[in-house]
Every structure is written in structure tokens, then in C-alpha cells.
Design a protein around this ligand. Structure first.
Ligand SMILES: [Zn+2]
Ligand SMILES: [Zn+2]
Length: 134
């Protein structure tokens, strides 16, 4: 993905902050919160991160996700390829599922044009934590 091209075709200036936020999200294994982004970029205040992700969301460069039982927003880059997410209820993290587990559904009289899928559960880290305490 060409970050500069993406920004300029949305009519945005290629500021250092926007590029840094995009780079963090490109290298992430799933949607992350503004706090997560903040901890991975240098020399940027949390409020700048918030402002930057909001700007990018308004231009539909980023998508905003929510997780049940969490009041935080999770951000990732909008791509043509659709993504599915595995959501950990323990540490409230989201990660991409590489393959699409949904096969073209054959529903009588209904034309399927898309689908959304979120899978809830516990990641390896949280699973191990639980089995130790049991
Ligand atoms: Zn977890
Ligand atoms: Zn799919």
C-alpha cells in the first residue's frame, strides 16, 4: 500500500503524524486502539493520535471497530479485501483471520453480496492464564 498516494487521493496532506499512524496500522496483526498506536509511535501525544485517527476515519481510510464489553474503539486500514476478526474477550484484542471461513452461502431466493464475521473467544495468552489459575 502506498501511504502517500492513499492520503493525497483522499485530499489529505501527507503529514508525518498521518504517515506514522498508517505505518503502525499496516504492520499490526489486527485493529488496535489509539492507546496502542500511541505506544508504538514516537514523539506524538495521545491527543494527536486521536485527532489523526479521526481525520483518517472521516475520509474512510480507517475503519472503527467496537468490541463487546469494551468502550474503546479499534482502528484498522480499510482495504478492498474483506477481513474477519478473532476477538479475545480476555485481553480485548482483535486480530485478523487470514482465511475466510465462510463459503458462498446458497440461500434460496437470496443473492449474497457480502458478509461480516466476528469470532469471539480467548487468545493463547489468555487461555494459558486461565488454565494456570484453574
Ligand atoms: Zn487475550
Ligand atoms: Zn469472508
Amino acid at each position: 500500500m502506498d501511504i502517500q498516494k492513499t492520503l493525497s487521493s483522499a485530499g489529505l496532506k501527507c503529514t508525518k503524524q498521518r504517515i506514522a499512524v498508517m505505518e503502525v496500522l499496516l504492520s499490526s496483526s489486527g485493529p488496535i486502539t489509539a492507546e496502542d498506536i500511541h505506544s508504538r509511535v514516537n514523539e506524538m501525544s495521545l491527543s494527536t493520535v486521536y485527532r489523526t485517527v479521526e481525520t483518517l476515519c472521516n475520509k474512510h481510510i480507517l475503519a472503527k471497530h467496537t468490541i463487546q464489553d469494551s468502550d474503546k474503539f479499534y482502528y484498522d486500514i480499510v482495504t478492498e479485501k474483506h477481513h474477519h476478526y478473532a476477538i479475545c474477550l480476555g485481553c480485548k484484542s482483535m486480530r485478523y483471520i487470514d482465511h475466510c471461513p465462510v463459503h458462498t452461502a446458497d440461500i434460496d431466493g437470496f443473492t449474497v453480496t457480502g458478509h461480516k464475521l466476528e469470532i469471539y473467544g480467548y487468545c493463547n495468552k489468555c487461555k494459558n492464564k486461565n488454565s494456570v489459575s484453574n
